[in-house]
Design a protein around this ligand. Structure first.
Ligand SMILES: Cc1cc2nc3c(=O)[nH]c(=O)nc-3n(C[C@H](O)[C@H](O)[C@H](O)COP(=O)(O)OP(=O)(O)OC[C@H]3O[C@@H](n4cnc5c(N)ncnc54)[C@H](O)[C@@H]3O)c2cc1C
Length: 328
């Protein structure tokens, strides 16, 4: 029996899509190559509107997020290359009342674990440690995926009436559907968790340089998440060094960051992702569609990737029989 939907990737887009489909009565298989909890390179910030979407998706998931004592962010501080600053605080909009007057920040390892569990609670079957390598075609339409288990290398054909590619920036599903594009600027991001950063407050920070930028903000527990985004050509650490050595010194060249890392130490390895700026010209095909970063790309500067990922795939209201998920 094929699944109604095979969702590839259990990040925010995949878990939200699996949750909605399962709630609507569909038989959903949610696959991820990672074993959770897993880290994801991200600044780990949820805007007030993202928090509203999360609560609307699953109130229990939002309650779990709040129970982890996430950091509260009341606005953003943007610093130009010459050190000039602009400060903005979140203001309520009566048309879109946010449940909280601030944004939240917590490690993606925690957020994604909560969302993955919410999908499972809603009825989706979740399999971790399963890499999707290829699409299965039947009569010209996508009819499933070919998987490989990371534990023993075992390959399997899994059939589904719809395959949802939620496998992120380097989506295999998107590449197999064709029409994948890489655009300008070609950048790579490095992210780290750092303890002991001076003067971290209640605002997120964006520091713009001439060759890249830095996003910085607390994620709770005295830890700051820092993302350094640089041109792809500057991403190689150089002979005999690593980004673990270079990460904190590289931040010092931003005028309002200089001197703030004297007592700082990395508490998680530096994780890289890129090149950024990839998107799909074919987000929908017969029997398949893409959601989240697999479909389109939000520059990390916007801090809106999770906001864009959470709506996932819209599902029609439930009918007498389980609905056929449609990619339209
Ligand atoms: C440096 C940086 C900072 C950012 N900061 C923010 C921020 O502060 N706030 C914000 O809202 N957004 C931010 N974003 C964007 C945000 O991280 C993404 O938009 C969001 O994670 C997209 O969610 P997703 O579910 O589409 O993909 P992902 O979160 O990438 O999840 C994809 C999942 O698919 C799995 N997968 C991949 N390939 C396969 C495969 N072949 N088989 C099986 N599973 C697979 C992966 O293991 C992963 O779990 C940032 C991005 C970057 C690069």
């Amino acid at each position: 029996m094929p699944w109604d939907a095979v969702v590839v990737g259990a990040g925010p887009a995949g878990s939200a899509t699996a949750l909605r489909l399962a709630r609507a009565g569909a038989a959903v298989l949610l696959l991820d190559r990672a074993r959770f909890p897993r880290h994801k390179p991200c600044s780990e910030y949820l805007s007030p509107e993202t928090v509203r979407l999360l609560g609307a998706l699953d109130a229990a998931a939002l309650a779990e997020v709040l129970a982890r004592a996430p950091a509260r962010l009341y606005g953003m501080r943007v610093v130009a290359p010459d050190g000039t600053e602009a400060l903005g605080r979140f203001a309520g909009d009566p048309r879109w009342p946010a449940p909280l007057p601030y944004g939240l920040a917590l490690p993606r390892a925690d957020l994604d674990m909560i969302l993955r569990h919410a999908a499972e609670r809603a009825g989706a079957t979740v399999r971790e440690g399963v890499v999707v390598e290829d699409l299965l075609y039947e009569s010209g339409a996508v009819g499933g995926v070919v998987t490989r288990a990371t534990a023993d290398g075992q390959r399997e054909v899994v059939k589904g009436r719809v395959v949802v590619g939620a496998d992120g920036l380097r989506s295999v599903v998107a590449r197999r559907l064709g029409g994948r594009r890489t655009g300008w600027p070609r950048r790579v991001a490095f992210t780290a968790h750092v303890a002991g950063v001076a003067d971290v407050g209640e605002l997120g920070e964006m520091h713009v340089g001439r060759r890249g930028y830095v996003g910085l903000g607390p994620v709770g527990g005295g830890v700051t998440t820092i993302a350094l985004v640089v041109p792809a050509r500057a991403a190689r650490p150089g002979p005999g060094t690593s980004w673990r050595d270079r990460f904190l010194p590289a931040l010092e060249r931003f005028p309002r960051l200089a001197g703030r890392f004297a007592r700082a130490e990395l508490v998680r390895d530096v994780i890289a992702v890129g090149p950024l700026a990839q998107w799909s010209r074919r987000p929908v095909a017969d029997g398949a569609c893409l959601v989240g970063d697999a479909a389109d790309f939000f520059d990390p500067f916007t801090g809106q990737g999770i906001f864009a990922a959470l709506p996932g795939l819209a599902v029609r209201p439930p009918h007498a029989r389980p609905p056929t998920p449609r990619c339209t």
